[in-house]
Design a protein around this ligand. Structure first.
Ligand code: F6P
Length: 357
């Protein structure tokens, strides 16, 4: 009998259920008897012993279902070593639950912070396998995370819809896309949606250059322009501040988000009409796209294979189109940023897309 714990941690995404289904199908194909313990609301369920024993039928019909049947919550890694409000040692509590249920392995579907905690639990002696979730695609060590492509599809669709109305009215539109620290979704959706300007956290912008790019388009007779702007896009001015001041400048901004600030600056500069659209959490909702369904199913099968081989402490990853794994410790604590030198950025610039840099 194999007893496997599973949890979904951090911000949700479209292919969490598809991935869990892949793991469970793979396990049932590999072992005669498997018992799945689904912890509710991420690490919280593991800490407080809230779980459901899941049957194979619980995983039927969920390939296309967004969200997570287990629920999720954000449990910041930096607070893991701090006791909860009742003085409970969270790491000890998680280990106790694992041992009490006599688990053979814990499967963690999560992004960067969640995989740091997975690595911590692995270092504490538990058998852990990580699966790379996040719409942001910023987990170090994998070419692709599940959820990313589905979010790109939704963000692209938002830009597509804006295109037609922007053209009708001859307006400048800003579409603000998810990604506080990294700009992968904005970069991909921006290119896919034919945005004229792409602003991402990794390439600080100068508003004068943004306005110049808009002027250039206007002079070429283009009646409208579209900016794809990441939530975490940052001006050169703010980026050059020391960390503390930079954080304060962002926190104390009078605007609800960066897109509104940029909109005001463009209006002031050129007097043109500017509109802002924020697809927000729609980017994490709905069904996973076919690409994610395939990726998640492959990731799930790989996790089952690792459990069969008793190869623990690993993060399942995609490398050069092959599903493989790397030690959790190799990825923990590192983010995969867009580099201004990445070929995709250079390609975009060749197409005339401005990054405002
Ligand atoms: O990490 C995924 C993500 O969707 C980011 O792109 C976004 O900045 C953040 O989560 C939003 O977090 P929350 O759902 O807690 O508002």
């Amino acid at each position: 009998m194999k007893r496997i714990g599973m949890l979904t941690s951090g911000g949700d995404c479209q292919a969490l259920n598809a991935t869990m289904r892949g793991v469970v199908k793979g396990l049932h194909g590999s072992f005669k008897d498997v018992e799945i313990y689904g912890f509710l609301e991420g690490y919280k369920g593991l800490m407080y012993g809230n779980y459901r024993i899941l049957k194979p039928e619980d995983f039927s019909g969920i390939l296309t279902k967004g969200g997570t049947i287990l629920g999720s919550s954000r449990q910041p890694f930096k607070l893991m070593r701090e006791p909860d409000e009742n003085g409970m040692d969270k790491v000890k509590a998680m280990k106790d639950t694992y041992k009490k249920l006599k688990l053979d392995c814990l499967v963690v579907l999560g992004g960067n912070g969640s995989q740091k905690t997975a690595n911590l639990l692995s270092e504490e002696g538990l058998n852990v396998i990580g699966l790379p979730k996040t719409i942001d695609n910023d987990l170090w060590g994998t070419d692709m995370t599940f959820g990313f492509q589905s979010a790109v599809d939704i963000a692209t669709e938002a830009i597509d819809c804006i295109h037609t109305t922007a053209a009708s009215h001859g307006r400048v539109f800003i579409v603000e896309i998810m990604g506080h620290k990294v700009g992968w979704i904005t970069l991909h959706a921006g290119i896919a949606g034919g945005a004229d300007i792409i602003l991402i956290p990794e390439i600080p912008y100068d508003i004068k250059n943004v306005c110049k790019a808009l002027d250039k388009r206007a002079k070429e007779g283009k009646g409208f322009s579209i900016l794809a702007v990441a939530e975490g896009a940052i001006s050169k001015e703010v980026a050059s501040l020391p960390k503390k001041e930079r954080k304060a400048a962002i926190a104390n901004s009078k605007y609800p988000s960066v897109a509104y600030e940029i909109a005001d600056q463009i209006r002031e500069y050129s007097g043109t009409e500017v509109r802002v659209t924020v697809p927000g959490h729609t980017q994490r909702g709905g069904s996973p796209c076919p690409y994610d369904r395939v990726l998640s199913s492959r990731f799930g099968a790989k996790a089952a294979e690792l459990i069969k081989e008793e190869k623990y402490g690993e993060l399942v990853v995609l490398k050069n189109n092959e599903v493989t794994s790397i030690p959790l410790s190799e990825s923990a604590g590192k983010l995969k940023y867009v580099s201004p030198d990445d070929s995709i950025v250079k390609n975009a610039k060749m197409l005339g897309i401005s990054f405002g840099d």
